[in-house]
Ligand binder design. Structure first.
Ligand SMILES: [Zn+2]
Length: 474
């Protein structure tokens, strides 16, 4: 588009600057640590995307069949049919859908290293036995490498915000390593500080170090802190740890005193009832895996403003019904999560498609779950779940620039009709052309702009070799 078009532009300019920050205060260089493995982050630029089908996910701005998005120094400065962006680099968005980056709301990044030792059809080598056998031997460096690898897979698939559900924090150094990896990886996210795998159920998490981490993260605009709790469902077995209501009260009230949100797995029966009776439900609580719940649970969750994260790819392979239609119908808000990339891949398109399919299969379409709603769940509603909606989740002037471009021309998509249908029913991660996080272009034309992915892979291979020896794995 030439500059002549600017005269008849309709520009929606920024009126406020939300969450603006040019520097990440906790970046590796600011901390005086070594240069990050895999390369430094690219600088924030001044660029305008032109000619894309823009899905703003902003209820007022709506969609633009051929629109422009101007980004400068990490901020979305204008969105419209045409924008006034002299001097800005032009990114041709023709044939592409531009939308906010995907927001994952639950992902155990520390397990990412372990894919090479998994074997789907050998019960001794599936997710739970492998993660437990290896997890107890993790060094902080293993944690760092795993998170970096997970974040790279996230970026490649268009995920720009992640909830790092770290349920194997073996020491303060492990926590530091995971947070450093998140900063070096350049994604936005919440670090959910968890227990150490295998720790005694009658011992609390390291609450003093969680308080230290709260100060360390401070007001970093890219990162927030929460906790992930061990299971609270009346059972005391299991490799992941299971605590009683008294321990949950102790840990959760310490987190709540610090203003930290809480997340918890609840794939068994009874957890919601127990939490409700213990007075532990609240709007700062996110539950994961709505399987095997009951109508009374849905009512309690809606009443207390509790949210649910749905991991469709994993849940579809587990026993029990995937109940996201029931909980959503009851008024409980739900978001979408990857969970792990050892047994599945990072693929938000497949997550949305799986939810559409399961909903039709289970309800015959009686519960209306449109393709647009699914894309909302994967973007703005995920941002709401994690408390980032003031900064990201929609292409709104004044928000930070977390966005992706998805190509539509490949044979499996062809000449698309409805863009939401295309994203849910046709697209795949390899269609993600460009990924921008906080104004940094981390991926362009389907390739990393600065990241040395080969280095991350070779580092991961080193960790796996050492962990195999420690775990006496054959
Ligand atoms: Zn999980």
């Amino acid at each position: 588009m030439s500059s002549n078009h600017i005269d008849r532009r309709t520009v929606l300019a920024a009126t406020t600057a939300l969450g603006a920050a040019a520097v990440m205060p906790g970046s590796a260089s600011a901390q005086g640590t070594a240069a990050p493995s895999g390369g430094a982050l690219p600088a924030r630029g001044d660029f305008v995307i032109r000619g894309a089908h823009v899905l703003t996910m902003d209820r007022d701005l709506g969609d633009l069949a051929s629109g422009e998005v101007h980004v400068r120094n990490g901020e979305i400065v204008a969105v419209g049919v045409a924008t006034n962006a002299p001097g800005a680099e032009v990114i041709d968005g023709k044939g592409m859908i531009c939308l906010p980056g995907f927001v994952d709301t639950h992902w155990h990044h520390w397990t990412t290293l372990l894919r090479p030792v998994m074997q789907a059809d050998d019960p001794k080598k599936t997710y739970f036995p492998v993660t437990f056998a290896f997890g107890v031997h993790y060094t902080p460096e293993d944690s760092y490498r795993a998170v970096r690898l997970g974040l790279a897979q996230a970026v490649a698939a268009g995920v720009t915000t992640t909830h790092n559900w770290a349920h194997n924090v073996r020491s303060p150094a492990h926590a530091d390593a995971e947070v450093r990896a998140m900063r070096d990886g350049g994604l936005r996210g919440r670090f959910a500080y968890g227990p150490a795998l295998g720790m005694p159920n009658d011992k609390p998490m390291d609450l003093a170090d969680i308080a230290r981490m709260k100060k360390e993260i401070g007001n970093d605009p890219m990162l927030t802190l929460g906790i992930c709790s061990r299971n609270v469902d009346g059972n005391t077995g299991g490799t992941r740890g299971a605590i009683d209501a008294a321990m949950a009260k102790k840990e959760w009230s310490a987190a709540r005193e610090l203003g930290l949100p809480i997340t918890l797995h609840t794939s068994g029966t009874g957890a919601v009832k127990l939490l409700n009776e213990a007075g532990l439900l609240g709007p700062d609580l996110q539950l994961v895996h709505p399987l095997n719940t009951e109508p009374a649970d849905w009512e309690a969750l809606a009443k207390h403003g509790v949210r649910y994260s749905v991991s469709p790819l994993g849940e579809a392979g587990r026993s029990g019904e995937m109940q996201f239609p029931e909980i959503m119908q009851a008024g409980v808000k739900a978001s979408i999560s990857i969970d792990n990339v050892t047994a599945e891949r990072c693929d938000c398109f497949a997550c949305m498609r799986m939810m559409q399919t399961i909903n039709r299969h289970r309800t015959g379409g009686k519960f209306k779950l449109t393709t647009k709603k699914l894309v909302q769940m994967a973007t703005i509603e995920g941002a709401e779940d994690l408390g980032f909606a003031d900064r990201i989740g929609s292409l709104t002037p004044g928000k930070r620039a977390d966005l992706i471009l998805v190509r539509t021309g490949e044979p499996h998509m062809g000449d698309i009709g409805d863009p939401y249908d295309a994203l849910v029913q046709l697209a795949q991660p390899s269609d993600v052309d460009t990924v921008v996080v906080d104004g940094r272009i981390l991926r362009r034309k389907g390739a990393f702009t600065a990241l040395d992915y080969g280095k991350l892979l070779s580092d991961a291979a080193q960790s796996i070799a050492a962990l195999k020896q420690k775990a006496n794995w054959s």
